[in-house]
Design a protein. Structure first.
Length: 238
């Protein structure tokens, strides 16, 4: 429920997503995918998932996304700024532009999020540290970025000024986020179980951490969310 509350805080409270708006999410980690789930539960008309890992895009499409986009590889000696501009152009050409955007903490994702949101939009940076991503919400309303890699990054302030973007910061969750998260699950609008891709018994905890670090288990299955059962608890006991 805690990561869902982070998503609620980013998408609903700060992003202000409304019914029939669109959202693009850069990154398909657990919290980002939950942002897509919240957007879907709130009535988003289009949810675009962006990631460089095909398996995560496939899961996002099966879970909440309506469209997926895999960015092109970085060209040799191409700068981050040049790459973000090219990626934005490719995204617009293939899928159009979304009303809301959520992106990973990579610098190019932040740059892309700022450039993709339309005039009058809102850009939200969520969290600050290891768990980060971005969301750009609404063609004309918001862009939201959840999490960040480095604290020192380059962004196009001319885009922020010319499009009169509102830039916000979001740290985890706040009052009212947990109740809404619980309500969305209780009403059946969000199903959390599909996010659990792997379960490990307590004695295999090192394998669980290694699978999470590698992004996949020994059998090659991609990791979305890993659960470690308590001592003496069977992994099938949910």
């Amino acid at each position: 429920m805690e990561p869902l509350s982070v998503a609620v805080h980013a998408v609903s409270k700060l992003g202000g997503l409304k019914t029939n708006q669109s959202i693009a999410v850069f990154g398909c980690g657990p919290v980002e995918i939950l942002c897509m789930a919240v957007a879907k539960a709130l009535g988003a008309s289009r949810i675009i998932a962006v990631d460089i890992v095909s398996g995560r895009l496939e899961f996002a499409k099966s879970y909440a996304a309506t469209d997926v986009y895999r960015p092109p590889p970085v060209a040799q000696e191409e700068s981050r700024i040049a790459y973000s501009k090219r990626s934005v152009a490719t995204l617009r050409q293939q899928l159009g532009i979304a009303e809301r955007v959520d992106a990973s903490g990579a610098e190019v994702s932040i740059q892309t999020g700022v450039r993709i949101v339309k005039a009058g939009g809102t850009y939200v940076q969520v969290n600050f540290g290891a768990c980060n991503f971005s969301i750009a919400i609404s063609f004309t309303v918001h862009s939201l970025k959840v999490g960040m890699g480095s604290s020192d990054i380059t962004i196009d302030m001319s885009a922020v000024v010319a499009k009169e973007l509102v830039v916000k910061g979001s740290f985890r969750y706040g009052p009212g986020d947990y109740p809404l998260a619980i309500a969305l699950v209780a009403q059946g609008k969000i199903d959390l179980k599909p996010l659990v891709s792997h379960r490990f018994p307590f004695e295999n905890s090192p394998l669980a951490f290694q699978a999470t670090l590698d992004g996949k288990s020994d059998d090659g299955k991609g990791v979305i969310k890993t659960i470690i059962s308590g001592p003496g608890v069977d992994i099938n006991d949910v």
